[in-house]
Design a protein around this ligand. Structure first.
Ligand code: NAD
Length: 370
C-alpha cells in the first residue's frame, strides 16, 4: 500500500499522523510511505528520522499524495488539498464529520473515500484504534497542568518552616476518558480531588482513583454505548445546583462533560463562577462544543470577578510528541486492519470500517453522530 503523510495545515495543529517508529513498522510490512518535508517537525520528529525509518520525502502536499492509495492525516484536508488528492484514494483523519459538510462533499465529488477516526466504534477489538480516547487522555492531563499553572497557589500540601500550605481543591466535572485522566493527574500533583458525573458507573472509577464523588440524587443518565444521554429540564436544574454548591469551595475546576453529537451540557453558570473564590481557575475542555461553563470563550481566557476561565481548545496539540505517538499508533492499528494481507481492502460492511466510512463511492454517508 502506498501511504502519504502530509504536513498538517489546520491552524495551531502541531501533531503528525505517523511517527518514525510507525513508518518503520509499515515498511517492514511491505508498505511504502511518502511524507511531506517538515510534517513531523512541530511534534519533534525530524525529516532525518523519517528518512532513517525508510520514508521517502516530498516537497509539498501535491507531491506527497501523488499516487497515494491512503493519506494519513491528523485533521481533515483543506478544500485546496482535496483537489490534489488522487481519485480512488482513502483519507484517514479526525475529519470532524458533523462540522465538515463542504469538505466531505468535495471529497465525494473527487472520488476519494474518507474514514473518520472519531467514528472508531468503541468495542474491545477496536481499542487500539480509539483516537478519541488516546487524545482525550492527553487533554485531561494537560488541562490540569494548565489550570495548576494559572493558579496563584501550588497544588500539593507543603509543610515548611514558614508554615503549612493547604493543598488545592480540584473539581472535575464529567469523569469520562479526559476527566478520569484529569483526576489522576490532579491526584499525582497532590490535590484534593472530587468529581461529578451523571453516569452511575463512574462513581466507582472516580473513587478508585482516590477522588470523592459528588452525588446528585436521582440522576442516572446512562445512554447508548457507555455514553451519557442529555438530561431533562428538572435533572438539569438539579445538576446545576449540585455543581454550584460544590464549585464554590474549590480552587480549580476542570470541565470535561460531553454528550456525543450534542452541544456540551451547561453545568457551571456565570453566577456560580462569580461566587467562586478570587484566584480560582476553570479549565473548560468542552469549549469547542460550546463549553460546560457559561463564561467560556473557545480559545480564549477570560477573567471574571478574579476567576480565570480558560476555554481550552486543541490540548492534544499542546503535547504533540506523545499525541502523535499515540494517534499514530491508532492509525497504524487501523492500517493493519485495512490491509491485513498487504493490499488495501475497504469493506463498508466491516463492523469497524463501516461506521468510520463517511465518504465512499462518490457519496457522503451518514453525517450524524455516533
Ligand atoms: P464523552 O466525552 O462523551 O463524555 C465525557 C463525560 O461527560 C462522560 O463521562 C459523561 O458521562 C459525562 N457527562 C455527560 N453529560 C454530563 C452532565 N450533564 N453532567 C456531568 N457529566 C456529564 O465520553 P468519553 O469520555 O469519550 O467516554 C465515556 C465512556 O465511554 C467511558 O468512560 C467508557 O465507559 C466508554 N468508553 C469505552 C471504550 C471502549 O470500550 N473501547 C473506549 C472509550 C470509552
Amino acid at each position: 500500500m502506498r501511504i502519504a503523510v502530509p504536513r498538517e495545515t489546520a491552524g495551531g495543529e502541531r501533531r503528525v499522523a505517523l511517527a518514525p517508529e510507525h513508518v518503520a513498522r509499515l515498511l517492514r510490512r511491505g508498505h511504502a510511505v511518502r511524507l511531506a518535508r517538515g510534517a513531523g517537525a512541530s511534534a519533534g520528529f525530524l525529516d532525518e528520522a523519517y528518512a532513517g525509518a525508510g520514508a521517502a520525502l516530498a516537497e509539498g502536499h501535491a507531491e506527497a499524495v501523488r499516487d497515494a492509495e491512503l493519506v494519513a492525516r491528523v485533521r481533515g484536508p483543506s478544500l485546496a488539498e482535496i483537489d490534489e488528492l488522487p481519485r480512488g484514494a482513502v483519507v484517514v483523519g479526525l475529519l470532524a464529520p458533523e462540522r465538515s459538510g463542504e469538505a466531505l462533499a468535495r471529497l465525494a465529488a473527487r472520488g476519494v473515500s474518507a474514514l473518520a477516526m472519531e467514528r472508531v466504534p468503541r468495542i474491545t477489538r477496536a481499542q487500539t484504534m480509539d483516537a478519541l480516547s488516546s487524545q482525550a487522555t492527553l487533554a485531561g492531563y494537560k488541562a490540569v497542568l494548565l489550570g495548576a499553572s494559572a493558579l496563584p497557589r501550588i497544588v500539593p500540601m507543603l509543610t515548611t518552616a514558614a508554615g503549612t500550605l493547604a493543598p488545592a481543591k480540584v473539581f472535575v466535572i464529567g469523569a469520562g476518558v479526559a476527566g478520569l485522566q484529569a483526576i489522576a493527574t490532579a491526584r499525582r500533583l497532590g490535590g484534593v480531588v472530587s468529581a461529578f458525573d451523571v453516569r452511575p458507573a463512574v462513581k466507582e472509577q472516580v473513587r478508585s482513583l482516590g477522588a470523592a464523588f459528588v452525588e446528585a440524587e436521582g440522576i442516572a443518565a446512562e445512554g447508548r454505548g457507555g455514553y451519557a444521554k442529555e438530561l431533562d429540564a428538572p435533572e438539569r436544574e438539579r445538576a446545576l445546583a449540585v455543581v454550584a454548591a460544590h464549585a464554590r469551595g474549590v480552587d480549580l475546576v476542570v470541565c470535561a462533560a460531553q454528550v456525543p453529537g450534542r452541544a456540551a451540557p451547561r453545568l457551571l453558570g456565570a453566577a456560580t463562577v462569580r461566587a467562586m473564590r478570587p484566584g480560582s481557575v476553570v479549565v473548560d475542555l468542552a469549549a469547542e462544543t460550546g463549553g460546560n461553563c457559561e463564561l467560556t470563550r473557545p480559545g480564549e481566557t477570560v477573567v471574571e470577578g478574579g476567576v480565570t476561565v480558560i476555554g481550552a481548545v486543541d490540548l492534544p496539540s499542546a503535547v504533540p510528541f506523545h499525541a502523535s505517538q499515540t494517534y499514530g499508533r491508532n492509525v497504524l492499528a487501523l492500517l493493519e486492519h485495512l490491509a491485513p494481507g498487504g493490499t488495501l481492502v475497504l469493506d463498508p460492511y466491516d463492523d469497524i470500517v463501516g461506521p468510520m466510512l463517511v465518504v465512499h463511492g462518490g457519496k457522503v454517508r451518514a453525517a450524524e453522530g455516533p
